[in-house]
Ligand binder design. Structure first.
Ligand code: NAD
Length: 463
């Protein structure tokens, strides 16, 4: 990435923004439609690129990447006029006459930095929000999904307005170079350590920032839950993308007395979904890199492996693995797993389970399987989390009208649907006053009488 080229491109984007064309409804709509066309016309090539990056199946790529982004686009196109509409605010009597409104305005030039694990979804979903909000955009896809990064760069150059949207490819060094430039907002998805560096860079220029980070998302299973359904759903959510999902259940807390039955159902579900040898399954992804493979391999040395455990470094394959009998001191219970290893612990009372969860920073997602109507309220009251899903997993992030994001160390800010539009907009308060009335009462000198009258008016109407 040549610094001069970056500077030149950024100046071009800024000039484009200053013409005001990206603020127009028609430009926003045209760009969203163009992005939709790219996803439809190049669906096969995109699926192929993602498969080459980490062996993800075309069905998974469709469900979790292209179809999701296309859904975001459709949702935004349907509601964009409404979102853009200024919000009228009634004026209190003593501030009459005039009109007041709030307008959502684009920030300007937005920087979107993506992670690799859903390489399309994580870069293009925020982009839908940024386009809908009328921004120029610089996209920096992850270097760890190079094939997808290339196809996104080529697709955006071919389909979207090149004077307003640019893609820079590369890794941490290239991202740092970009961060030395001025942006009007930054949207980052990735790990906490890099997130801290991004925040430091943003603080220098006081640039608005959204951080979409990860963490250990717990899944609590009560004895009274439908264990067979819970098992199928947990296995699907955990081993989708070979566990490389920011909101995958990171660890299971199962109520005493339910573990044996749940584990039996989970083992059956693995066999049903991926066959007796998941390495041969066309639906089971690979680990993205040797570095992550080595990291994950070390996490397996804990407790008792009750499913999986088989691995093949050459093929970057780790079987769907369940480990029971882990302790809080095992590394697998200390860091985010972000791979196909599911540690399982048991608990006595729900308070014990909540105490275990509270030992970690606020998670991005929190899951509870129960048939007790009072349990969700108790868990909600005790634990903060970005999202909460009862009796299922992941789908809280699939609904366009549900804002998605973390809390505490799992990040801040929200996107998807209207939340994505809001993430890339600032809200401007606008007051338009008439010339009349213009009573002397408001102006000094504030005699005792005048001040008394002012006080009465303010106290009467200012509520
Ligand atoms: P990563 O932090 O390694 O990389 C993310 C992006 O940051 C990449 O584009 C990379 O080039 C850039 N980057 C890396 N180091 C940098 C640095 N020092 N300075 C500037 N930029 C840098 O993250 P990853 O491994 O791609 O993603 C895994 C993490 O992301 C997991 O923790 C996961 O939970 C989290 N995640 C969160 C979400 C979410 O929506 N909240 C989604 C996906 C992944």
């Amino acid at each position: 990435m040549e610094p001069d080229k970056v500077k030149m491109k950024l100046s071009e984007l800024r000039r484009t923004f200053e013409t005001g064309k990206t603020s127009d409804y028609s430009w926003r709509r045209t760009q969203l439609l163009a992005l939709q066309r790219f996803l439809i016309e190049r669906e096969g090539d995109i699926a192929d690129a993602v498969r080459r990056d980490f062996g993800k199946s075309p069905a998974e790529t469709f469900l979790t990447e292209t179809a999701f982004v296309r859904g975001e686009i459709r949702h935004s196109l349907r509601l964009l006029r409404k979102w853009m509409k200024p919000e009228r605010v009634p004026l209190p009597l003593h501030y009459q006459f005039g009109t007041a409104r709030i307008e959502s305005r684009p920030f300007g030039v937005a920087l979107i930095i993506g992670a690799w694990n859903y390489p399309l979804n994580i870069t293009l979903s925020p982009m839908v929000g940024a386009l809908a909000a009328g921004n120029c955009i610089v996209l920096k896809p992850s270097e760890h999904a190079p094939n997808t990064s290339r196809i996104v760069a080529a697709g955006i150059a071919a389909y979207l307005d090149e004077s307003a949207v640019a893609v820079f490819q590369g890794g941490a060094e290239e991202t740092k170079a970009l961060l030395r430039e001025r942006f009007d907002c930054i949207f980052y998805t990735g790990s906490r350590p890099a997130g801290r560096e991004i925040m430091l860079a943003a603080s220098g220029s006081l640039t608005p920032l959204i951080l979409e980070l990860g963490g250990k998302s717990p899944c609590i299973v009560e004895k009274n839950a439908c264990l067979r359904k819970a098992a199928r759903r947990i296995i699907w959510a955990k081993f989708l993308n070979a566990g490389q999902t920011c909101i995958a259940p990171d660890y299971l807390l199962v109520e005493h007395g339910a573990a044996d039955e749940l584990l039996q159902h989970m083992k059956e579900a693995i066999g049903k979904f991926y066959g007796s040898d998941p390495e041969k399954s066309p639906d089971y992804s690979r680990i993205v890199s040797e570095r992550h493979f080595d990291r994950l391999e070390k996490l397996m040395f804990a407790g008792e492996i009750v499913a999986g455990g088989i691995r093949n470094r050459n093929g970057l394959y780790i079987a769907p693995t369940i480990i029971r009998g882990v302790t809080l001191d095992d590394p697998v219970m200390k860091e985010e797993v972000f791979g196909p290893i599911l540690p399982v612990m048991t608990y006595g009372t729900i308070d014990d389970a909540l105490a275990l969860v509270k030992r970690n920073p606020d998670p991005l997602a929190l899951y509870l399987f129960t048939s007790d109507n009072t349990a969700p309220g108790k868990v909600l009251g005790a634990i903060r989390s970005g999202g909460f899903c009862i009796n299922d997993l992941l789908f809280q992030s699939a609904i366009h009208a549900l804002p998605f994001g973390g809390t505490g160390e799992s990040g801040f800010g929200r996107y998807h649907g209207k939340a994505g539009f809001d993430a890339f907009s600032y809200r401007r308060s606008i007051l338009h006053r008439t010339n009349f009335p213009d009573p002397d009462l408001r102006y000094p000198p504030y005699s005792r009488v005048r001040f008394g009258m002012l006080r009465r008016i303010v106290e009467l109407f200012d509520q």
